[in-house]
Design a protein around this ligand. Structure first.
Ligand SMILES: C[S@@+](CC[C@H](N)C(=O)[O-])C[C@H]1O[C@@H](n2cnc3c(N)ncnc32)[C@H](O)[C@@H]1O
Ligand code: SF4
Ligand code: SF4
Length: 313
């Protein structure tokens, strides 16, 4: 992994153009960010259908409300509460069961508002998906990783661990050693350099988390957003939210996966209204009206597929 920023020394290739924000400037994206996007693109951007409906290809789970850090770019640096709340294993099992019955071929990503490795039940949650051969990833700040728990997670069926390195380049060797000790091949984990300062957007595709952080909205208000076309976000209690960017404010909640089937929630006309507006580049409804997220990194195929079935093509 190289630890410096993507420098546009020549014309952008068409693939990159799709996901770089308007007003792209140098020092916007690290190589690690780009490599992780490239790793996921093939799987995320393939559209799977369920009874003629484009299915999500990415499911993000928030499994807890607790973190051991307060990173400056995260709403946890402000007043967001730190709470010892965790997803019930039964909810995870119900989600895995439903995804299995949909023959879901995408990826489940455990990330969310907190630090997943602080949930004692994480191995069991992973196994609910892994045992059904559903691709499952974890995004972590890495602080709680040890060779033994790394080994346990892969044994439970984990497909990929994505580590956010916030402290500095010395962490690269440390994490490689941990994974080596656990006997995990380098293709099965990703280290992302995120130790940069504010001028360098902290090494992130930095967003205001749909209005949770103060940031310039720039030209984002006329920018399409594809998140609700391809991604399903499920909160720790089973609530389905509009998208991962709104995970701190929870402005728009659809139903709960324990009360309504995932596929019925996904086909909710209210959710399709968001898709339609966002496909047309209209971020007019809250929380989109307060959001500066890129929104076009993944999901253009899904957004087109939704547009087609809604009769706009
Ligand atoms: C909220 S964290 C949760 C997982 C874990 N605690 C971690 O930090 O990796 C998920 C991802 O969001 C990133 N992130 C946090 N705040 C962000 C922001 N304002 N804009 C973009 N990405 C952000 C983190 O760097 C991390 O990769
Ligand atoms: S980015 Fe991750 S590690 Fe940092 S405060 Fe937020 S949830 Fe915690
Ligand atoms: S515009 Fe922002 S808030 Fe709206 S769906 Fe996209 S990412 Fe979420």
């Amino acid at each position: 992994m190289s630890g410096f920023f993507h420098q546009p020394s020549k014309a952008l290739d068409p693939e990159s153009e799709k996901w770089l924000p308007p007003g792209f400037k140098e020092k916007m994206v690290t190589h690690a960010v780009k490599e992780n996007i490239d790793r996921k693109r093939f799987s995320i951007d393939e559209v799977q259908y369920f009874n003629d409906t484009p299915l999500f290809s990415w499911v993000e789970l928030n499994i807890n409300e607790i973190c051991n850090r307060k990173c400056p770019f995260c709403p946890r640096s402000g007043s967001y509460p730190n709470q010892n709340i965790h997803m019930d294993i039964g909810i995870a099992e119900s989600i895995a069961f439903q995804l299995d019955s949909l023959q879901f071929g995408g990826t489940v990503n455990i990330s969310g508002t907190g630090e997943p490795m602080l949930s004692k039940g994480i191995k069991e949650i992973v196994s609910k998906f892994g045992s059904r051969k559903i691709s499952i990833e974890i995004v972590t700040n890495g602080d709680r990783l040890r060779p033994s728990n790394i080994e346990d997670l892969y044994e439970a069926g984990l497909s990929q661990l994505v580590v956010s390195m916030y402290d500095g380049p010395h962490q690269i060797e440390k994490f490689h050693k941990l994974f080596e000790e656990a006997g995990i091949d380098s293709s099965l984990y990703t280290l992302r350099d995120r130790w940069y300062n504010e001028d360098e957007d902290y090494g992130l595709i930095y967003t205001n988390r749909a209005g949770s952080l103060e940031q310039d909205l720039k030209n984002s208000q006329s920018r399409p957003c594809y998140y609700p076309a391809y991604a399903l976000y499920i909160d720790w209690n089973g609530d389905v939210l509009l998208c991962c960017q709104d995970m701190y404010n929870r402005t728009v909640k659809f139903a709960n996966v324990t009360e309504k089937s995932i596929i019925d929630i996904w086909m909710d006309p209210e959710l399709s209204k968001f898709r339609k507006e966002l496909h047309a580049g209209e971020r007019k409804t809250s929380p989109c009206s307060n959001c500066n997220a890129n929104g076009m990194v993944f999901g253009s195929n899904h957004s087109k597929a939704w547009d087609k079935i809604s009769g706009n093509d």
